[in-house]
Design a protein around this ligand. Sequence first.
Ligand code: ZN
Length: 105
Amino acid sequence: MSRTKVSRPEHVRILGRDFNVKYTALDDGMITLGLMQYNSMVINIREGQEKLEERDTFLHETIHALSDTMCLELNETQVTALAHGLIAIFEDNDPAVSKYITGTN
Ligand SMILES: [Zn+2]
């Protein structure tokens, strides 16, 4: 499904907490695809990923932040599965579905 070009967020608010989003290159020491640093309220996303993978990584890290904030103690497999499942709902459906979910229709 084709998507219109969207800008990458520099901030994301998660349960009342404002996280900065940084896009970091492998050359700058970012060895994982993403990293959520709860204490400093930073979500790091590695540059150079395919667009879908980058969005999946962003969602993955926001789920880590949800898990930590809500003391859910989700493990890595659960976080990964939730991110893949949620991104698939948005990717595999008409944009009207995401607009309905976000209340922007
Ligand atoms: Zn993870």
